[in-house]
Design a protein around this ligand. Structure first.
Ligand SMILES: [Zn+2]
Ligand SMILES: [Zn+2]
Length: 181
């Protein structure tokens, strides 16, 4: 998951999720992203954001048309730019927006797998249909079944992930928010 932070007229950050399909970035104040799959004419006059997969990981690529200039982290960038967590994006006439790839921990249903998977916390198997949380930091899967008969709150059992230092707090929103200059 990726999102763009942009200052709203009151001076606070608004967060817009970046769709997984290719989008035209028509504006950053407010963020205006139009999926190219929805019949938007690809006029090559707006920057585009494309999500690609590389070595099993999501990579977000910014494509910039020839007549357009964009500054990433304060430097004018070329026509192809891989966006990274916390990058600032700016073009003349606007305030900077920020790109973020932080993921939120959320409860999901385990779809099952041919290989046995054990929870790093309770060491018991995680089975198809169990409620789980995938650690946003290291992708390790934990039980998160508050109700009987399982009652295994393995993700929130400790204040961090069972396999890495990632916080297991599920109450808050995104942890990284740009600082207002
Ligand atoms: Zn467990
Ligand atoms: Zn982890």
């Amino acid at each position: 998951m990726a999102q763009i932070f942009s200052l709203d007229p009151t001076g606070s950050w608004s967060v817009t999720p970046v769709p997984t399909e290719p989008v035209q970035l028509a504006g950053i104040h407010p963020v205006d992203m139009r999926p190219l799959s929805e019949g938007v004419v690809n006029d090559f006059r707006h920057p585009e954001i494309h999500r690609c997969e590389y070595a099993g990981k999501a990579v977000w690529v910014l494509l910039i048309p020839a007549q357009f200039s964009i500054w990433v982290n304060g430097r004018r960038t070329g026509h192809i730019r891989v966006l990274r967590h916390r990058d600032s994006i700016w073009w003349p006439g606007a305030d900077a927006a920020f790109f973020s790839t932080e993921k939120l921990a959320k409860v999901e249903i385990y779809p099952g797998h041919s290989e046995r998977l054990d929870c790093p916390r309770c060491k018991k198997p995680i089975l198809e249909g169990h409620q789980i949380v995938v650690c946003p930091g290291c992708s390790t899967i934990h039980h998160m079944e508050p109700d009987p008969p399982l009652r295994l709150n393995c993700w929130t059992y400790s204040d961090h992930c069972g396999a890495c230092p990632y916080s297991s707090d599920m109450s808050g929103g995104l942890r990284w928010v740009p600082e207002v200059a």
